[in-house]
Write a protein of this length. Sequence first.
Length: 70
Amino acid sequence: MMYYGTPMGWGGYVLMTLSMIVFWSGILVLVTVLLRRHGGTALHVLEERLAKGEIDTEEFDRLRKVLRSR
């Protein structure tokens, strides 16, 4: 006798759907966290330029305000 269908049943489909939602949510959270961390590097570069003497404190304050407004 041939068997038609899957032995997984409804519980397997629910579990598979939930695991895919968790997987893609995790990927989305990871990408979001990485992109937000990247935004903080501009201020770090600006601080390094101030420390090296490439810019003065007035220009540093002006550029920092521009970065915070974005």
